[in-house]
Design a protein around this ligand. Structure first.
Ligand SMILES: Nc1ncnc2c1ncn2[C@@H]1O[C@H](COP(=O)(O)OP(=O)(O)OP(=O)(O)O)[C@@H](O)[C@H]1O
Ligand SMILES: [Mg+2]
Length: 253
């Protein structure tokens, strides 16, 4: 799926990206902007893109969305168009022999020379298994993996980062093929701390629930009582609270 600046503005602009991973984010923005505005590329620089590694719900996908949005916004005044291509495994699945390889190559073969692309493979370990992993040790699957991986490596080696930057995320780095990992500039995204989670959640209280102290108390309780607090669970707390509020309101009316 392709996202241009307008679409990213509508969908990613939550006004709540507080950026606990600010340093990583700033570096990603800086490097991406550098290559997208570079006139002459020194071919000796083997830069092709990034790999974001981190536990589930550490904010990897969000970082990439915000990266694309920020760079697109920053480069617009210079008349440089930036789009995000969000690749799903369904984008490269095919019932035909060789079909997946063809689809994969097609993603890298963007014809509009005037646009810069961030090609994003979210949860890449779900699409490209490590060729040595146990799951891949059966004939047919193994052959397919070799072919699809080698297509990916070939495309990556041909990338001109002035036009295309590849970004992948993973939460199981050992499932990522070493040949992929070593081609990319890796960042390890840390888990959110409790304090960061509280700050984020406070900013994400829906307008209708603003000032509801019980909700903040609930979030705080959850943060204190869980060993590994998870932002998705906190989000679901807010949703549940919100739905309960609506129902109460309806009952009162
Ligand atoms: N800096 C932030 N500010 C506010 N919300 C955030 C921030 N970072 C992430 N989130 C929210 O936290 C949730 C989890 O983040 P995200 O989906 O990016 O995690 P992930 O690392 O990609 O997880 P997974 O490995 O399971 O795919 C999302 O709802 C996201 O919008
Ligand atoms: Mg994700």
């Amino acid at each position: 799926m392709k996202f241009n600046l307008q679409k990213m503005k509508e969908l990613f602009n939550k006004n709540s990206f507080t950026g606990p991973h600010q340093e990583i984010f700033d570096e990603l923005v800086e490097i991406t902007e550098y290559f997208f505005t570079l006139e002459e590329l020194d071919l000796k620089i083997p830069f092709r893109g990034f790999l974001l590694n981190g536990k589930p719900a550490s904010g990897k996908t969000e970082i990439v969305k915000q990266l694309a949005y920020k760079v697109a916004k920053k480069l617009k005044p210079a008349n440089i168009r930036v789009e995000l291509i969000f690749v799903n495994s369904s984008d490269i699945s095919s019932g035909q022999v060789g079909g997946a390889e063809q689809k994969l190559a097609g993603i890298f073969n963007q014809e509009d020379q005037e646009t810069k692309y961030i090609i994003f493979f979210d949860d890449i370990d779900c699409i490209f298994l490590n060729r040595n992993s146990k799951k891949s040790q059966n004939g047919l699957m193994e052959g397919w993996l070799y072919r699809i991986n080698s297509t990916l490596f070939h495309e990556l080696d041909m990338i001109d980062p002035r036009r295309i930057i590849f970004v992948a995320t993973s939460n199981i780095i050992k499932m990522v093929d070493n040949a992929l990992e070593t081609r990319l500039y890796r960042f390890d995204v840390p888990k959110f701390t409790r304090a960061q989670l509280l700050t984020i959640m406070k900013k994400r209280i829906p307008r209708a629930l603003e000032g509801k102290e019980e909700l903040i108390t609930l979030v705080k309780q959850e943060l204190e009582s869980t060993e590994h607090p998870n932002i998705r669970y906190l989000e679901s707390l807010i949703t549940r609270f919100f739905i309960k509020e609506i129902k109460n309101r309806e009952n009162r009316e």
